[in-house]
Design a protein around this ligand. Structure first.
Ligand SMILES: [Zn+2]
Length: 257
């Protein structure tokens, strides 16, 4: 089977060498991974990984909690990275209201600037949205009709997901959807069409049920995550995995490079 991890963060420190990690995930059957940037240095680093390893693709963008050093001019470099033949999306971008010192106005400004830039560059976006469902829905009502949008590690309600689905949005699910207590994620996965769903690990974070409490998580966890999605949907693992593979390649056109 051809497994794909559409959202992970790969670096040497967490894995004691990326060479070893890539060899392991390839022998487990994970054929492609998307290493996701969250600021300028990480986006540049993800590009270098994509240039070194054929199975690695990348994204470039500013995460909402990584804006301390943000300057408007940084978006020029993000735009440059987005034109790379293995840069499949702008991301991860979005809103995160989890922490008490959140500067909502700054997050919204940078998020909207990146959405507008992605539209101009005609590149998909990978979105992070935490504790910000209402504002996210409001912003995506404006932008999603003209953009390819994927929400990573979807954590809002099923009702919000159905509103977003009408706007053409895609969703990826990771390790937290495998926990027995994750009723909301299970309900959302069963409510969404299988061809709007993708698989991710958010490695090194968010391990699935079988690795609960361990660090680092790795893209090999995709197998457990895909199996869980197949179970919830009542379809074979083969069907789930091949549908997700096709969805990812249609959504992220540069995965074919
Ligand atoms: Zn992430």
């Amino acid at each position: 089977m051809n497994y794909i991890d559409v959202h992970c963060h790969i670096n040497d420190e967490d894995y004691g060498g990326v060479d070893k990690l890539i060899a392991n995930i390839q022998s487990a059957g994970i054929k492609k991974i998307i290493s996701v940037g969250f600021d300028l240095p990480s986006s540049r680093y993800c590009k270098s990984l994509a240039e070194k390893y054929p199975c690695v693709y990348f994204t470039a963008g500013f995460h909402p909690t990584e804006l301390k050093n943000f300057n408007d001019g940084d978006l020029d470099e993000i735009a440059g990275l987005c034109t790379h033949k293995k840069c499949v999306a702008m991301g991860e971008i979005g809103l995160d209201y989890h922490y008490p010192d959140t500067d909502k106005a700054l997050q919204e400004k940078v998020f909207k600037a990146q959405l507008a830039l992605a539209q101009k560059l005609n590149i998909p976006v990978q979105i992070h949205s935490r504790d910000s469902a209402e504002d996210m829905l409001c912003i995506l009502r404006e932008y999603a009709p003209k953009l390819k949008v994927m929400l990573h590690c979807y954590s809002h309600s099923t009702e919000i997901a159905q509103e977003l689905e009408k706007l053409g949005v895609y969703f990826s699910f990771g390790g937290t959807s495998t926990y027995s207590g994750s009723k909301k994620a299970r309900r959302t996965i069963s409510a969404l069409p299988i061809d709007r769903i993708m698989t991710e690990t958010d490695s090194p974070y968010l391990p699935p049920k079988s690795k609960y409490g361990t660090f680092p998580n790795t893209p090999e966890s995709i197998i457990e995550i895909a199996r869980n999605i197949a179970d919830i949907k009542g379809i074979s693992e083969d069907t789930a995995v091949s549908t997700i593979w096709n969805t990812a390649h249609t959504f992220f056109g540069k995965l074919n490079n």
